[in-house]
Design a protein around this ligand. Structure first.
Ligand SMILES: Nc1ncnc2c1ncn2[C@@H]1O[C@H](COP(=O)(O)OP(=O)(O)O)[C@@H](O)[C@H]1O
Ligand SMILES: [Mg+2]
Length: 456
């Protein structure tokens, strides 16, 4: 009895099954998680998590807290620094996810090399490749730095020991799914291991001020494999987007404790590595067909930067069965909703048509400010009438067919002006509240019918 009590003080028995999606526990297996509703997500968790001793903290007056931690480590990759909110915060944990071959390892080693140039130690820990393979990539990228250390290791204890010897400013763990701690008997990549390793790395990072970049694999659905708690644990979550068929890679901050979210960085994959794309609007519009029906340019705001992208629609009569809808880079449900609004509020018979939509260049946009652009692309293709190629369109569309104002209209207009556009269709409320001068001719509309009237 006595023995049992001491044991329960030191260790914590955790539920035998854990949900891979949200990390909740259950003493028995269930087909569906009772917390997040995910099906078939429970896996058996073996072992026990030992309770660690923690030093008690004391409350401190906010005026007494120093801010020297806010210094940033600039990676000198402009696009990366911007999405991080101005560089890496010392002691922060960044999770970088993306499909295989997107360039996660390439970006990570490039970043380390640049930081190492300023005479600071950095380390690249790889659990997937041998040091020779890392060297081969580094050679291709032209990386050669005395201060960049490579460690091929998968044991967490050894990794922390080695990191401690070098005391680097940044440590990259490629990938978190390959490392394991000896305290935990389950296999590397299992939920318990990932969570335990990540939280141990976080403790190290916070205590020593070392920034950590953890590389993670993604599942078929595109989220980082492993428990959702991993995303909650880290300070910043970055995802690489973009298909392999495009050379462009989009790095998006989906969570950031030290900067704005949804900020995107655009890169181009070349032989010599990932190159920053400083003027993404120009790239995304470079192959735009002029005066073709179904094409419209929208100034979309991703994070703090406006980007002009082309939305394309192809509407064709459905000859058989249920009409088809396909969307690439746009939210399927949003498009269906806008189609229904066009049918009901603007009297266009588009519901029975096959509709295919695409965002050129492989970008994904989700903000509602592109609603009006999506609607106008559909109308243009349906009527087979092109929209003037020097026109941009933005605005949110409500269920009654009203066009609602969006945020940051000035930034959107400025970007359109910079790229030589002449005309803009925008929500009337935005036009009335406009505070800047612009050379664009502005058409303010408050309903989808008026928007159609103005353009066609
Ligand atoms: N020898 C090579 N020459 C040119 N590009 C290469 C070469 N090897 C790999 N790549 C490019 O690098 C990408 C792989 O990058 P990597 O950083 O290893 O991706 P990840 O770590 O995300 O899986 C591939 O998609 C490919 O485009
Ligand atoms: Mg890799």
């Amino acid at each position: 009895m006595k023995q049992r009590n001491t044991r329960s003080l030191k260790t914590k028995h955790i539920g035998q099954y854990v949900c891979e999606n949200c990390g909740s526990h259950s003493p028995k297996w269930m087909g569906r998680c009772h917390i997040c509703g995910e099906w078939d997500s429970y896996t058996k968790l073996e072992g026990e998590i030992s309770k660690r001793k923690t030093n008690p903290s004391h409350p401190v007056a906010i005026t007494q807290i120093g801010v020297n931690r806010e210094e940033r480590i600039e990676t000198t990759i402009g696009e990366l620094d911007r999405i991080l909110g101005g560089g890496l915060v010392p002691g922060s944990l960044v999770l970088l996810g993306g499909d295989p071959g997107m360039g996660k390892s390439t970006l990570a080693i490039d970043m380390l090399n640049r930081v190492a140039q300023s005479k600071r130690n950095v380390i690249y820990v790889t659990g997937e490749e041998s040091p020779e393979q890392v060297k081969m990539r580094a050679k291709r990228l032209g990386i050669d730095s005395q201060r960049l250390f490579v460690l091929a290791e998968t044991s967490l204890e050894n990794i922390i020991e080695q990191i401690d010897k070098i005391s680097p400013v940044i440590a990259v763990i490629d990938s978190i799914h390959t490392i394991y701690t000896e305290d935990f008997p389950s296999a590397p990549g299992s939920v318990g291991q990932i969570r335990e390793c990540a939280s141990r790395l976080m403790q190290y990072a916070k205590a020593h001020g070392t920034s950590m970049l953890l590389i993670g694999h993604v599942t078929k659905e595109g989220t980082i494999a492993g428990p959702k708690v991993l995303e909650h644990l880290v300070d910043t979550v970055l995802y690489f987007e973009g298909g392999k068929e495009h050379p462009y890679r989009i790095l998006r901050a989906v969570k950031n404790r030290f900067g704005s979210t949804n900020e995107i960085g655009v890169f181009e994959m070349q032989d010599s590595g990932l190159k920053e794309v400083k003027n993404p609007s120009e790239i995304f519009l470079s192959e735009r067909p002029v005066n073709a029906s179904g094409s419209v340019v929208v100034p979309s705001l991703e994070g703090t930067r406006p980007i002009l992208v082309e939305i394309q629609a192809l509407v064709s009569p459905c000859n058989f069965g249920v009409p088809r809808r396909t969307t690439i880079g746009l939210d399927y449900n949003r498009v269906s909703l806008l189609v229904a609004i066009l049918e009901k509020r603007a009297g266009l018979h588009v519901i029975g048509q096959d509709i295919f939509m695409n965002v050129a260049g492989g970008v994904k946009i989700e903000e509602p400010a592109i609603d009006l652009g999506i609607s106008m692309a559909i109308v243009s293709s349906f009527l087979n009438k092109p929209i003037d190629s020097d026109t941009v369109v933005f605005g949110e569309v409500g269920l009654v067919g009203e066009v609602r104002g969006v945020s940051q209209a000035e930034l959107r207009l400025k970007e359109a002006e910079k790229l030589g556009f002449k005309r803009c269709l925008l929500p009337r409320t935005n036009l009335e509240r406009l505070t800047v001068e612009t050379s664009l001719s502005l058409i303010g509309v408050d309903s989808i019918e008026k928007a159609i009237e103005a353009l066609f």
